[in-house]
Design a protein around this ligand. Structure first.
Ligand SMILES: NC(=O)c1ccc[n+]([C@@H]2O[C@H](COP(=O)([O-])OP(=O)(O)OC[C@H]3O[C@@H](n4cnc5c(N)ncnc54)[C@H](OP(=O)(O)O)[C@@H]3O)[C@@H](O)[C@H]2O)c1
Length: 240
């Protein structure tokens, strides 16, 4: 086995490793040991990524590229587990009267523009041969076809736009690597600071560790034919 047998010992990078799901994905990848090296990136740490600062994304990609060159490991897995639903910039809208430019800017910055810039700066690092995987944690509420309840205008729209970015990038990525997989992922309802204020009784809320295990198992079962899809933690393809 060479230092970089596809899918066995490349480099895996988790963006958003300081979040609840991101931290669980990082820990699960480290525990499974399928990759030669597993790296977590976030707003804290030496190599930091802050979506409000494109230069930080470019610098992080350059550092990861340097690590690939140094170690002989190719970037085989890029997992993006960042997201925003509520915080200092506002709360998800219950109706159109709550629409607010500041909240919309923040929700699109974190859920859409940041991941778009990750595609710009990190996808050129993905290898041209052998399996490589890019997974973006999205949300079922971003599905337009599945929207029966309304509300949450900004979060829904930002995740729908993320799904379109993922689909578009999957098409472009396939041109340089036919074995590539680029998907949007719905993790289900997970017990994290993001969902906590909205977790209703009766809803199945799973711990981040379980969601991480399930998402990684789903990714392992997907192939190039699934690229561009929105897939949930049970492996079901969801409508856009
Ligand atoms: N929890 C659920 O039930 C649920 C359901 C469906 C989908 N999701 C999706 O799952 C993903 C993970 O969310 P989570 O539940 O683990 O929430 P979380 O614990 O709040 O994590 C959010 C992550 O986003 C990062 N982030 C926020 N603003 C950022 C910015 N400006 N630049 C860079 N990173 C930023 C945070 O970084 P810091 O650590 O630096 O703050 C953190 O890593 C999100 O995409 C979310 O939409 C979650």
């Amino acid at each position: 086995m060479t230092a970089d047998t596809p899918g066995r010992s490349g480099l895996a990078v988790v963006v958003g490793a300081g979040g609840a799901l991101g931290a669980a994905l990082l820990a699960q990848l480290q525990q499974e040991g399928h990759y030669g090296r597993v790296l977590g990136l976030g707003r804290a740490g030496e190599v930091r990524i802050d979506y409000a600062d494109e230069a930080s994304i470019a610098a992080a990609a350059q550092a990861v590229g340097g690590l690939c060159d140094q170690s002989g490991l190719a970037l085989r897995l890029l997992l993006v587990a960042t997201g925003f639903l509520h915080g200092a910039q506002g709360q998800p809208e219950r109706g159109w009267r709550h629409l607010d430019a500041g909240y919309l800017q923040q929700v699109f910055l974190v859920n859409t523009f940041g991941p778009a810039l990750l595609i710009k700066h990190f996808f050129p690092l993905l290898p041209r041969q052998g399996r490589c995987v890019a997974g973006f944690v999205s949300a079922k509420v971003g599905s337009i076809g599945d929207n029966a309840l309304g509300g949450w205008y900004g979060y829904r729209a930002s995740k729908a736009a993320l799904n379109q970015l993922v689909k578009t990038a999957a098409i472009e990525l396939r041109r340089s690597n036919r074995d590539s997989l680029c998907v949007a992922l719905h993790p289900g309802t997970v017990d994290t600071p993001l969902s906590q204020p909205f977790a209703k009784t009766g809803l199945t809320v799973r711990p981040p560790q379980q969601a991480a295990r399930e998402l990684l198992a789903v990714l392992a079962d997907l192939g190039p034919a699934d690229s561009g899809a929105l897939v949930d933690y049970r492996g079901q393809t969801l409508p856009f």
